[in-house]
Design a protein around this ligand. Sequence first.
Ligand code: GLN
Length: 381
Amino acid sequence: MIKLNSKLPNVGTTIFTEMSALSNEYNALNLSQGFPNYEPDEKLRELVSFYINNGKNQYAPMSGVQALRESIAHKIKNIYNIPINPNSEITVTAGGTQAIFTSILAFVNKGDEVIVVEPAFDCYNPAIELVGGIIVPYEMKSPEFQIDWQELQKLISDKTRMLIINTPHNPSGSILKNEDFEKLEIIIKNKNIIVLSDEVYEHLIFDGEKHCSILKYPTLFKQSIAVFSFGKTFHCTGWKVGYAVMPSNLMEEFRKVHQFNVFSVNSFVQNALADYLKDSEHYNYLPNFYQQKRDLLSSYINKSRLKLIPSRGSYFVLCDYSAVSNLPDKDFSVWMTKEKKLASIPISVFYSSGKQEKLIRFCFAKTEDLLHQAGQIIEKL
Ligand code: GLN
């Protein structure tokens, strides 16, 4: 038998795959893995079909289709009023996860420390492990899930190479504000640290708040990477298209890795997105669209024995289930899927310490009908 020396000995199948599979097996309502149960706009689907039938089937340029990079630069200018060079500062990636993975691969060396703000999306830490980096977790505290920058600063050492932040935040639904970025800018000034800012939920932000992108801070941006996702924005998570934005000196290194990893992303979807992205109405409606869904699910949670942790952004909401059960969170999620036919995600998997807080996450990127059905189960828990 072949002897394997696993590079990720402690990693199993991701919780998202596991819970979605369990949900299907038990015919449960799937509020676990984050994906919409509705289709992308027909107009966008028609554009994809147009380009697949009109010659956009060979390799796209390595950095992404020119028209798409230009549309992205235009969108960034339109929303954040920042000039970004479409040729040297944007690369189209096979989803946000690839942009994150490639960034870690390109910039983190063996023995480098990476500060990860936890609870953290589960793709960050394995990527750091694979390159021989050292994970330095900073734990945000429930229920606010804010960053105390003074505390975080204590984790910075001579070996710190990267800091990973995420706003709007998966899984907690918290957001970073202007003050956060001002403090961040001060603590990493003149330090050889790259900030990897996962902003894939940039348009999913509620209560009149505006998304604070790291792109808006010129000094900070000189040492930053911002990652975005079309899957979250246009309800097409299965297309796996996103992009990374960074200054050109970083981008040169990023592309060295990107070209030998994916080379380039499928061309017909990129061409379709290039056209579709031009109309800002295609994303401006999202805060309101998702706020209604958040409010609908939250209203059921508020009538139940679950305790709601209000979501400010993303398409996730957290609940404390300690009034319902003493089970550890994974066991509770599995029990609820099997017995109550409602799937969720346990939060302990987002901590490298496996911290148990009796919290679960629901995804509300679902039709009203499904949210009502889920709400009726929640009410009776
Ligand atoms: N980002 C989504 C979530 O947090 C799904 C990611 C995945 O399935 N890999 O649920």
